[in-house]
Design a protein around this ligand. Structure first.
Ligand code: SF4
Length: 341
């Protein structure tokens, strides 16, 4: 009977047909002569408490997607809703509140920390901007959040250069966490760290998610990083989302050749285990003048005439598993000899 069963959980974030084009200026009058199609029609939703991994090569638009959602850069078109609120239309106090609830962790926390400001003051900055608590309360909150991210509260008096890369990333996490956000965009938060430190930071993010019920949009350039932290994974190529699925389903049954290629690059822990590496031909094409129809066709070993003429729709191939490929049913098959290493 309608209304008596469990209600489906409402989406925390809804991104619809998001686009971000950057103008390319040229000539004497510096007119716009072309557009970099950094993000071109990306749509997805996120549930509260989930982690969505967003992966793809450098320049595929994943960081631009994250920053456009937060309005750190203004999107060209599309819509973003956070708990039903229109993020792109928000102004004044509503925008301020949204900024508090949607935070970001950067790849290079050192670049976002002022070297002349103590770490405690940097962590407290958001509290001051949002006018949260008295000075004493702010100090208390900073001490508490530093402890939660594995730093000693006494370290609040130190300066950024006195910390290691992993510790600085903990400071970056503390700066985001102190505002008690609901969503955190993690923009390649471990890419600049040593492998041994990467797992510590990933474990910390996992622990904090459990403690605070956080939702993560986790951006990374390879699948191995998102493999253990994500509930679902989205794969981007040249400004487009080409695959989106539950993590286990995606790794078991990739439905886009690009995902299969990324997957084949993940190192196998057992040296005796064999994995056929798929080597993609050529470089990533320019987002100023992307290939027609399927943007992946110049590098795809499954490409046929239709791929150059008709853009494959991003559609649900099996329940909850979306992909944009005319021949997704052939992707899991062995790649041809020319693509193996
Ligand atoms: Fe490859 Fe064609 Fe699928 Fe594009 S649509 S990924 S070119 S098979």
């Amino acid at each position: 009977m309608p209304g008596t069963g469990p209600q489906p959980m409402a989406d925390l974030l809804t991104v619809n047909n998001l686009k971000k084009y950057f103008p390319v200026k040229g000539g004497l009058l510096q007119r716009t002569v072309a557009q970099v199609q950094a993000v071109d029609g990306v749509s997805f939703t996120m549930k509260p408490g989930e982690t969505l991994g967003l992966v793809g090569e450098s320049g595929c638009g994943k960081s631009t997607t994250g920053r456009s959602i937060l309005r750190l850069i203004p999107p060209s078109s599309g819509t973003v809703h956070f708990e039903g609120r229109d993020v792109l239309a928000a102004r004044g106090s509503e925008l301020k509140q949204l900024r508090r609830e949607m935070q970001i962790i950067f790849q290079d926390p050192y670049a976002s920390l002022d070297p002349r400001v103590t770490v405690g003051d940097s962590v407290a900055e958001g509290l001051k901007i949002h006018g949260i608590g008295t000075a004493v309360e702010q100090r208390d909150q900073v001490r508490q959040v530093m402890e939660r991210v594995g730093l000693h509260p006494e370290q609040a008096r130190r300066y950024p250069h006195e910390f290691s890369g992993g510790q600085r990333q903990r400071i970056g996490i503390a700066r985001a966490l102190v505002l008690q956000p609901k969503l955190i965009v993690c923009d390649e938060p471990v890419s600049a760290l040593d492998v041994s430190i990467q797992s510590q930071v990933l474990n910390l993010l996992n622990k904090l998610q459990g403690e605070f019920g956080l939702t993560y949009l986790f951006i990374a350039h390879n699948l191995s990083v998102v493999e253990h932290i994500s509930d679902r994974v989205g794969v981007m190529y040249l400004g487009k989302l080409v695959e989106l699925s539950d993590r286990i389903e995606l790794f078991r049954n990739p439905l886009h050749p690009y995902t299969a290629a990324l997957m084949s690059a993940i190192p196998v822990p057992n040296p005796r285990a064999k994995r056929h590496r798929i080597i993609l031909q050529g470089d990533v094409p320019s987002p100023i003048n992307p290939p027609a129809a399927c943007r992946f066709h110049p590098r795809c070993w499954l490409a046929k005439e239709i791929c150059k003429e008709v853009e494959p729709p991003f559609e649900e191939k099996v329940a909850g598993h979306w992909a944009a490929c005319h021949f997704s049913d052939q992707v899991s098959r062995e790649p041809t000899a020319s693509t193996k290493q």
